[in-house]
Design a protein around this ligand. Structure first.
Ligand code: URP
Ligand code: ZN
Ligand code: ZN
Length: 477
């Protein structure tokens, strides 16, 4: 056998399928052999006592997204992907957001400029469609899907992004034709506006009322509507960032009816609650936790775990969407202090996703380590067409996290390596922590130290999702 560049020796290999004591041999950035008693490599890593797992793939992160007049994001590609590798990830899939009236193709080019030479890990792009004109759906989208941007997100809320039902149907239909996968943000725009105006009139403007303005019924209604549109058009969809029982049960109901509806949930929905948004006044810390959908309650955590264990959810993501807390551009900016309505939505979490899922899931006996790998890596690769990613087997990219399952850590901001000035998980205790992150055979993070280069990540054009594409829609005769 030709000499191996790197041998990871003595660890326990964990994939989505199984677990085995085995060594991993790597050459030219690829896994070439998984077996016992491998020959000496040019370089060796002793993984005794560690789990050798596929590097995390976080298919829902926001980096360098423009502010539309609001505060700028706290992470561009450099700090966001640095934080990703600190947390055991080797691939992220951020969004290329089309501003209304702008060309989708131009938006993608703009994001490439942000990412080029600035990424510590590999990356692809989902598209965000805010203006699905006939030209966008008929010309730009087909070209972009063919070029490897094989998934797109649409929003059922947010002033600058919401699509009406007709537009949703047009997008689903076009995506179905092209075989692109549609991700849907399910919260009802009118219901949120109605609640927001009522709350503001009553003087209820503190960050906590963000959660009150968009209760689970608002998410459930939108999820049901999206599912109905998916059924009508015969197009599979992924309902993203599901926060609790109500939307989860909609997805389960659809799946039981044989519809191809997939579900994603996130770290905040098993570890934060709406109480975290409570503060005595507008200067308090509640805005640190403002994201959409909002974190709910511990009963919702149980429902989310039920959905994870029973396969309602295929992916577990961070929805990393970082803003500063302090300062004129932070979540506490002067306008945001007048109403929760102006607090930028989103929280930083790409670095804590894997540790919190392991700790709350595997360490507490809720899921197996194989389910952990599926939820944090393999399913993201399969669903979003990331070939050669998400497993430990010959031919796959040598994207690996060496995981210490016993390590107890109290999370602090200094471990996050992100651009934001806080972490919502400050003080949160976890068991299980990424010790080493390896990107295509190179150690990029070791014991919290970033060793990779910001030019080290590469763009990943993606294949069509095997789970997307049109099935049979409503009868036409
Ligand atoms: O609050 C959130 N989640 N902001 C990010 C944008 C989104 O809806 O995913
Ligand atoms: Zn969303
Ligand atoms: Zn998001």
């Amino acid at each position: 056998m030709q000499e191996l560049d790197l041998v990871i020796r003595g660890g326990t290999v964990v994939t989505a399928a199984d677990t085995a004591r085995a060594d991993v041999g790597i050459r030219d950035g690829k896994i070439v052999v998984v077996g016992l008693d491998l020959p000496q490599g040019k370089r060796e890593i002793d993984a005794t006592g560690l789990k050798v797992m596929p590097g995390g793939i976080d298919s829902h992160v926001h980096l360098a997204q423009p502010a539309f007049g609001g505060p700028a994001m706290a992470d561009g590609f450099e700090s966001g992907t640095r934080s990703a590798i600190a947390g055991g990830n080797t691939t992220v899939v951020p969004f290329a957001l089309q501003a209304r009236g702008a060309s989708l193709r131009q938006s993608v080019q703009d994001y490439h400029k942000e990412a080029e030479g600035q990424s510590y890990c590999d990356y692809g792009f989902h598209l965000i469609l805010t203006d699905p004109t006939p030209a966008v759906l008929g010309q730009e989208l087909p070209a972009l899907v063919a070029a490897g941007y094989t998934s797109l997100k649409v929003f059922m809320t947010y002033e600058d992004m919401v699509l009406n039902d007709r537009e949703l149907l047009e997008v689903f239909d076009a995506a179905g034709e092209l075989g692109a996968l549609v991700m849907v943000h399910c919260e009802g725009y009118d219901a949120i506006r109605f609640m927001t105006e009522k709350l503001e009139k009553a003087g209820k403007v503190a960050p906590y009322y963000h959660a009150v303005s968009r209760p689970q019924s608002v998410e459930r209604e939108a999820a049901h509507r999206a599912i109905s549109h998916a059924e009508l058009t015969g197009v599979p969809i992924m309902i993203v960032h599901v926060s609790g029982r109500e939307a989860m049960e909609q997805i389960r109901w659809a799946q039981n009816r044989g519809l191809k509806i997939m579900g994603e949930t996130c770290t905040q929905y098993i570890s934060l609650t709406a109480d975290d948004l409570k503060g005595l006044n507008m200067d308090d810390t509640g805005s640190k936790y403002v994201c959409s959908p909002p974190p709910r309650d511990t009963e919702s955590w149980d429902a989310i775990w039920n959905g994870i264990k029973t396969g309602v959810f295929q992916t577990f993501s961070s929805d990393h969407c970082p803003f500063f807390f302090e300062g004129e551009m932070g979540k506490q900016n002067p306008k945001a202090r007048t109403s929760f309505k102006w607090v930028p939505n989103g929280i930083p979490g790409v670095a804590v996703r894997m540790p919190v899922l392991w700790s709350e899931g595997v360490a507490k006996g809720r899921i197996t380590e194989n389910q952990f790998v599926a939820l944090s890596s393999t399913n993201h690769a399969r669903i979003y067409g990331l070939t050669n990613k998400g497993s430990i087997a010959p031919g796959f990219d040598a994207d690996i996290v060496l995981w210490n399952p016993e390590r107890k850590i109290t999370i602090t901001q200094s471990m996050m390596h992100h651009g934001a000035d806080y972490t919502p998980w400050e003080g949160f205790e976890v068991t299980g922590w990424p010790q080493t992150t390896i990107l295509r055979g190179e150690v990029v993070m070791q014991d919290g130290e970033i060793l990779g280069r910001k030019e080290g990540g590469k763009f990943l054009p993606r294949t069509l999702s095997p789970l997307a594409g049109r099935g049979s829609g409503a009868a036409m005769d």
